[in-house]
Write a protein of this length. Structure first.
Length: 229
């Protein structure tokens, strides 16, 4: 009887030690190693998992189809370990080669490629496109990175009301051409007044009074762009 008790006690001790070793191993499991080119932001990120399932990060239903932001292949999912102008500690991070597409039925039209694109979000909830209506087109703005401390950048797409063509738009301001629209993280968000896009620019310490005023953009659909007036 004593021998049986001793064996049982020994077995329980071994099991407890084995459980503690497994628990310690799980807690000390190293993060995934990024396969993307290194940048300064990566030092503040821990990669928690890798997704190979072509995940959808942004989605917006339109009248005839769907706008989507999709990871083309390997997507690294992680979290931010220290707060910065780009996000708060604990924010989720996403990095992949993304495509922005317009889907109708089983047909996909690629509108833009975002290679090696890294962005932070407070959660993994799908991002929505902001919709703005113009006389000649429905315009959609996608802003994956939700804060930077100096304004955020949105990618702009238009659906022509006449021929239903879907196209990305450039931004032209003072003869400078950009693929993104820079606007303030705070209210008000970009809006439409009298068929003109009204944008509140980012304002910070040292911003000149002239640069703090709203910017007005006219839609030039034929040339696929917004032009500052």
């Amino acid at each position: 009887m004593q021998v049986a008790s001793s064996v049982l006690a020994f077995s329980l001790l071994v099991a407890c030690n084995h459980q503690q070793v497994n628990s310690s191993t799980q807690q000390q499991k190293p993060s995934e190693v990024s396969l993307f080119p290194k940048n300064d932001l990566m030092d503040s990120i821990v990669i928690d998992a890798v997704n190979e399932d072509k995940s959808i990060r942004a989605e917006q239903q339109t009248e005839k189809g769907t706008l989507l932001m999709i990871a083309k292949g390997r997507e690294e999912l992680g979290h931010l370990v220290v707060s910065s102008t780009m996000g708060q500690e604990g924010d989720q991070t996403f990095q992949s080669n993304y495509s922005i597409i317009y889907r109708q039925g089983d047909q996909d039209k690629v509108l833009m490629e975002l290679p090696n694109y890294l962005f932070f979000r407070p959660s993994s909830k799908k991002i929505s496109f902001e919709k703005l209506s113009f006389k000649e087109a429905e315009v959609y703005i996608l802003t994956p990175q939700y804060q930077t401390g100096h304004g955020v950048e949105g990618y702009i797409f238009a659906i022509d009301k006449q021929n239903e063509d879907v196209l990305p738009l450039e931004i032209v301001k003072k003869d400078q051409v950009s693929k993104t629209l820079l606007y303030s993280e705070a209210e008000p968000l970009p809006s439409v007044e009298n068929n003109i896009l009204v944008v509140h620019p980012p304002v910070g310490a040292g911003t000149q009074e002239a640069d703090a005023k709203d910017i007005f953009y006219k839609l030039d659909l034929n040339n696929k762009r917004f032009v500052a007036e």
